[in-house]
Design a binder for this molecule. Structure first.
Ligand code: ATR
Length: 473
């Protein structure tokens, strides 16, 4: 109609939706906004109306009528059934070529399903991964778009203008069709789990083995942030460790209950990796470590029987700090290599043409795992787009080989002192497993053939073999 003057629309004005809407308006786009409960819509327009051009809409009909064609509508309602309900309500109101965008944390399989359903109706469905939390949504997130070329072309000007920018490049990309954006966002979150677990293990080692105070550990993290490890999470760790609880005067980290929660994206990543057959040990251990921390009753029962205090060790402080730094970096390299392997495998499985270097590029800003390190990954894939593993590229090979002795020393110290370091240990095991000339998998194949006649291959001849184990010598 003639009043259709908005470039884009958005329904669902909880924190993420509201911040995204403000970001879009602040960047000069006219945005039509709607929320099931109208009060949230009017509150947004009243409070932030002077930040840009908002068109307040009281119904989905009004929302649709306010947007220029082809329409693009961001759906930012609660993930799951609410998204389906709102999409179902929108569909009859839309015209061919219109685009429905789910910018929430949907599982990519839901996105695949919704895309298929809308395609049948001549509509476009986009799964848009938005990373960076509330702050990112407002000031510049990292944006992973999955959808048709047509949909991306329509969304591109808005998406690029609201994304974070690093070295003049917006942290947004058309990752691939349908579920590709949400898939990559999922793995991003998995990597975030691994990153945080590795940081937590480093902190635990410095505190338990060296006996450092949280503020001293904050200094260590600040120092690390000046080197290869420079990243948002390392910087924030120093901030958190320096924080004191106003009420008790204790280090803040000591008054927080030690049971980590999860919203599910780490679990999705691990479930998907199991289906794809990709060993993402770092992400898996990080996810399990959160689960273990949450098993309060089992932990209490175990503490009663096996009470223990990790022993500090007689090690040189500066040496150990540097060994932990090297172990953290090497383990981080492994976790990212595994995550990128999963993205490559997912792309192959679902027929997505994902540019892994581009993924690294758009994670450099806006998102929680933003880090200097991602530039190295970007370079590795631009040198060699079909890379077999990130680990063997010169820069990362150097990091893991150089750090290997320290990595081993740290895991030994952890095991000896009773400090659990599942992510450090499993990353080292992954590295050792990959580079081993012969793996005991040969024995496993022989056993499978023995009890299940599953057959095996030989190192010296082509073909598939079965041995009658009971009879043959
Ligand atoms: P919060 O993020 O505040 O916990 P939520 O329950 O996850 O809230 O809902 C987030 C957004 O989804 C809200 O904008 C909510 O609309 P209301 O403000 O009217 O509650 C919206 N939402 C949730 N379920 C919905 C549904 N079935 N239909 C339409 N919008 C819905």
């Amino acid at each position: 109609s003639d009043d259709a003057r908005a470039t884009i629309g958005l329904t669902g004005l909880a924190t993420m939706g509201r911040n995204l809407a403000r970001n879009i308006a602040r960047n000069g786009h006219t945005i039509a906004v709607h929320n099931r409960t109208t009060a949230k819509m009017t509150a947004l327009v009243d409070e932030f109306g002077d930040e840009g051009d908002f068109v307040g809409c009281e119904s989905l009909e009004d929302l649709v009528a306010a947007i220029e064609r082809p329409r693009a509508i961001l759906v930012m309602v609660k993930a799951g059934e609410a998204t389906d309900a709102v999409v179902d309500e929108l569909v009859p109101l839309l015209d061919e070529g219109d685009i429905v965008v789910d910018a929430g944390n949907a599982h990519y399989r839901d996105t695949l399903r919704r895309q298929e359903a809308l395609e049948e109706k001549g509509l476009h469905f986009v799964g848009m991964g938005v990373s960076g939390g509330e702050e990112g949504a407002l000031h510049g997130p990292s944006i992973m778009v999955g959808g048709s070329d047509h949909a991306f072309e329509v969304l591109q000007p808005v998406v690029e203008s609201i994304a974070a920018v690093v070295d003049g490049t917006p942290c947004s990309a058309h990752i691939g069709s349908d579920g590709a954006g949400h898939f990559v966002k999922m793995v991003h979150n998995g990597i975030e789990y691994a990153d945080m677990q590795l940081i937590a293990e480093s902190y635990d080692l410095l505190r338990s083995v060296l006996g450092l105070e949280p503020t001293e550990i904050a200094d260590v993290f600040d120092e690390w942030n000046g080197g290869d490890l420079e990243s948002f999470l390392i910087e924030m760790t120093a901030v958190v460790l320096r924080h004191t609880d106003a009420e008790t005067g204790k280090p803040f980290v000591d008054v927080v209950r030690d049971a980590a929660e999860q919203k599910g994206t780490g679990r999705w990543t691990v479930q998907d990796a199991l289906d794809l057959g990709v060993p993402i040990t770092g992400i898996a251990e990080a996810t399990f470590a959160r689960s273990l921390s949450g098993h309060t009753e089992q932990r209490a029962a175990a503490r009663e029987v096996f009470s223990t205090t990790p022993e500090s060790a007689d090690v040189d402080r500066d040496t150990f700090v540097d060994q932990v730094r090297a172990a953290l970096y090497a383990s981080k390299v492994v976790a990212y290599a595994q995550g990128f392997d999963q993205i490559a495998a997912g792309a192959e499985e679902h027929g997505w043409d994902i540019d892994l270097g581009e993924v690294a590029t758009i994670w450099r800003g806006g998102c929680i795992i933003r880090a200097q390190f991602l530039d190295r990954i970007r370079e590795a894939y631009s040198d060699e787009p079909d890379l077999t593993t990130l680990l063997t590229t010169p820069y990362f090979a150097h990091a893991v080989t150089d750090g290997a002795d320290a990595w081993r020393e740290v895991v030994v110290a952890a095991v000896r002192g009773g400090v659990p370091t599942p992510a450090f240990s499993s990353s080292l095991a992954y590295f050792d497993g990959l580079r081993r000339d012969r793996l005991p998998a040969a024995l496993i194949q022989a056993l499978r053939d023995d009890f299940g006649a599953h057959t095996y291959e030989r190192v010296d001849r082509d073909g598939t073999f079965h041995t009658r184990w009971a009879e043959e010598g």
